[in-house]
Design a protein around this ligand. Structure first.
Ligand code: PMV
Length: 340
C-alpha cells in the first residue's frame, strides 16, 4: 500500500531557536506559527521489500548516512508500530517486519533556503506513515518533530503553538492548534535566494544557545508574552498588533544571530530593502503588512487580502524589480483544513 499526502509549510511568528535536548529535539522555548497552503510537500510513502529505506526529494536520492534524521524518524515510527503490535497481539509480531520505507517527495518551493521546507517535508512523511502503519496523533507529532522541530507545527492548520514542555522525556512537548479561521490573511513569499543556507538551523541554534545572552533574555522575558499577544490579536482580528509582534520577533531572532559567536547573518541586502518597504508602507496609520524571516534571506510578508494589491504596487514602485523576478512572488492563503 502507498499513502500520498500534501502538507503545507508553516511560518513561525514567534520563532523557535535553541534546543534543550538535541536528540529528542526539545526546544528551549514555545513558538507559534501560521500554516500556509500552496507551498507544500507532496509525499508518498510505501513499505516495500528492499535492502534499506530510501528517500527521494525532487527527483534526487537523499544520502541517509549524511542525513541521519530520516533513519531516526523511520526507526521511531517502527518502534511505535512494534509497541502497538505487542500490546494488541500479546507479543506476536506484525506483518511489516523486514519491510523498508520508500519515500518519494516533491516540493513546490526551494529546499533548505530558510523557507521551512524541512517542516513541510517531515510533517508529510510522518502524516503518511501515520496513515500507513496506524500511529496516533501524539506519536505522529513526535515522529515529525524528531525529523525537524518545526515540522510538528505543520500537522495542523491555522495558528499553531508548539509547547516546549519541561520534562526530560519530551512527553509534554507537542504542537496544538490554537485558532483558525482568519480567512482573509495572506502570505506573500519573496524568494531572493533559492540556495541552501550557509549555517544550518541545527548548527546555528547550537552556537546561539551557547553564546548569546540576548537568546536567554528573550526566552525568560519575552516569548510567552509575545505568544499570548499573537493569540489575542488573532482572536480579535487586530492586524496592527499582530504585525507589531511578528516584526519585533523576527528582528529579535536576527539580532540573536548577530549576538552569536561567531555571528550568523541570514538577511541579505534584498531582505533589508524589503524591511524598509514594509516599514514605509505601514507609515501613517495602522500597520497593514508584517515581514518575517526565518534562517535565510527570503521574506514572508503577511497581510490581509484587501491590502495585497496595494502592497505589491507599492513594493514594485520602491524596488527596481526585473520583470522576470516578479514571477518569483507567489501568494498563499493560510489554510484551515487538515492538510491531507
Ligand atoms: O525546524 P528547524 O530545525 O528547521 O528550525 C526552524 C527555525 C526557524 O525557522 C528559524 C524558526 C521556527 O520556529 O520555525
Amino acid at each position: 500500500m502507498s499513502v500520498t499526502v500534501r502538507v503545507p509549510m508553516n511560518i513561525a511568528l514567534v520563532k523557535y531557536w535553541g534546543k534543550r535536548d538535541e536528540k529528542l529535539i526539545l526546544p528551549l522555548n514555545d513558538s507559534i506559527s501560521l500554516t500556509v497552503d500552496e507551498l507544500c510537500a507532496e509525499t508518498s510513502v510505501e513499505l516495500v521489500k528492499q535492502d534499506d529505506h530510501t528517500v527521494s526529494i525532487n527527483g534526487k536520492e537523499v544520502d541517509l548516512e549524511s542525513n541521519k534524521r530520516y533513519r531516526t524518524v523511520f526507526n521511531e515510527a517502527l518502534r511505535f508500530q512494534r509497541k502497538r503490535a505487542h500490546e494488541k497481539e500479546n507479543g506476536t509480531s506484525n506483518n511489516n517486519i523486514g519491510l523498508k520505507f520508500k519515500v518519494t517527495s516533491t516540493t513546490n518551493f526551494p529546499v533548505a533556503a530558510g523557507l521551512a521546507s524541512s517542516a513541510a517535508g517531515f510533517a508529510a512523511i510522518s502524516m503518511a506513515i501515520q496513515i500507513l502503519i496506524g500511529l496516533d496523533e501524539t506519536q505522529a507529532n513526535k515522529v515529525a518533530r524528531i525529523g525537524s522541530g518545526s515540522a510538528c507545527r505543520s500537522m495542523f492548520g491555522g495558528l499553531v503553538q508548539w509547547k516546549s514542555g519541561i520534562k526530560d522525556d519530551g512527553t509534554d512537548c507537542f504542537a496544538i492548534k490554537v485558532n483558525e479561521g482568519w480567512n482573509t490573511l495572506r502570505c506573500l513569499i519573496f524568494v531572493f535566494d533559492g540556495e541552501e543556507k550557509k549555517v544550518g538551523s541545527t548548527e546555528g541554534m547550537r552556537r546561539s544557545s551557547q553564546t548569546s545572552d540576548l537568546l536567554k533574555y528573550r526566552i525568560e522575558h519575552l516569548v510567552d508574552k509575545r505568544i499570548a499577544k499573537i493569540a489575542e490579536a488573532y482572536e480579535k482580528r487586530d492586524f496592527d498588533e499582530f504585525a507589531k509582534v511578528i516584526m519585533s520577533d523576527s528582528n529579535q531572532f536576527h539580532a540573536i544571530c548577530l549576538d552569536t559567536s561567531p555571528p550568523i547573518r541570514y538577511l541579505s541586502d534584498a531582505s533589508w530593502k524589503l524591511i524598509e518597504v514594509v516599514e514605509k508602507f505601514n507609515e501613517n496609520g495602522k500597520r497593514k503588512a508584517a515581514y518575517t524571516f526565518d534562517a535565510g534571506p527570503n521574506a514572508c510578508v503577511i497581510l490581509e487580502d484587501q491590502n495585497v494589491q496595494d502592497f505589491l504596487r507599492f513594493a514594485t514602485s520602491q524596488i527596481v524589480v526585473p520583470i522576470d523576478d516578479l514571477n518569483k512572488i507567489s501568494t498563499s492563503i493560510t489554510q484551515t483544513e487538515q492538510p491531507i
